[in-house]
Design a protein around this ligand. Sequence first.
Ligand code: V47
Length: 384
Amino acid sequence: MDFDLKPIAEKVRTGQRLSAADGLTLLRSRDLWTIGELADHVRQKLHGRRAYYNVNRHLNYSNICALSCKFCSFFRKKGQDGAYEFSIEQIAQQARRASEAGATEMHIVGGLHPWLPLSYYTEMLRAIREAAPTLHIKAFTAVEVVHLARISGRPHRIDQVLCELKEAGLGSLPGGGAEVFDDRVHDEAFKGKIRSDQWLQVHRTAHALGLMSNATILYGHVESLEDRVHHLCMLREAQDEAVGGNHPGRFQTVIPLPFVPDDSQLQHLPGPSGLDDLKMLAVCRLMLDNFAHVKAFWVMQTLGLSQLALQFGVDDIDGTVVWYDITKVGGADTHQEVSVADLRRAVCEAGFEPVERDTLYRRVQRDGARWRVIEEPVAVGASS
Ligand code: V47
């Protein structure tokens, strides 16, 4: 065992919060097995052998984006080859199909479209709600929400815009767009995007309105290990605030996203290795003691690595996905789907119990395409 990990192991076993310095020691250590064991200890205390998945449908309504982030291969400019935007009718049809196929969630994100008005987004939500009333709509990253506030002429009224989206059918916010909370990295890899303060403010506002949300960290590009730890500490602090607030809203899960270099302006970088992925997932589990869940997103981490990640602190592997345009690992196209049978098999093979959940982590009982909620989620508060 790496000698430097001993005091950290003691803290983990006695349920003490880890410091930023501990986070850095973990990320610098080459003793992946000890780190994995510690993360597994925390994971088992929270979730036992359970591993969550959901039946969902991702939808990227448009790849047209006012920004040109260097890490991103998804964006196109209006009129450029491959640029697209879906009509409300097309989106409603996708929602109907997803619901008929048994999906419980639609996960919707897109580029910062320069010309679509706020009404496009509210109509989208209303149309989905009408076409598929049982689908939970998890939509719009904090960056998109800020964009919508700007285009509606109310850059400082995030609360009003979120209320309007909620009223139209928004169920929760996904965790995207956080990237890495550091100004140097921001200016180098995603200049023009909102900074950490605004990202956190959108989530804080959503929580106050009773909406649940998720958080991400995009790692393995131009950030340092210190930047990663700083990001996690900021998320933990924001979650302390949410948990201590007088409302049910908070972060449910953290999704560490490995940078996929292909076709981006940073494609000369190698991207993180499998070992880095496992360590990062485990460190998220250890540092974020007030987050209930750590998710491996199989579209980016691959299903094989996600299986192994279940022993490194991960308790959720996202869902059936079906269609995804933001990253395409190993030459995949937009059809990125895994069946429920394959998700369950992956979990069982890894020695865990597959549990279908809805977006709010309530256990779901299913009969074909029909489903109902049968259990409330685990509660995780802030630790001292
Ligand atoms: O916001 C973009 C990231 C995010 C790349 O909330 C990239 O449950 C890696 O946030 N390499 C979208 N990452 C994905 C996302 C997500 C996924 C699954 C579940 C949830 C959830 C959220 O992907 C973007 C951006 O941060 N991203 N380009 C890239 N080349």
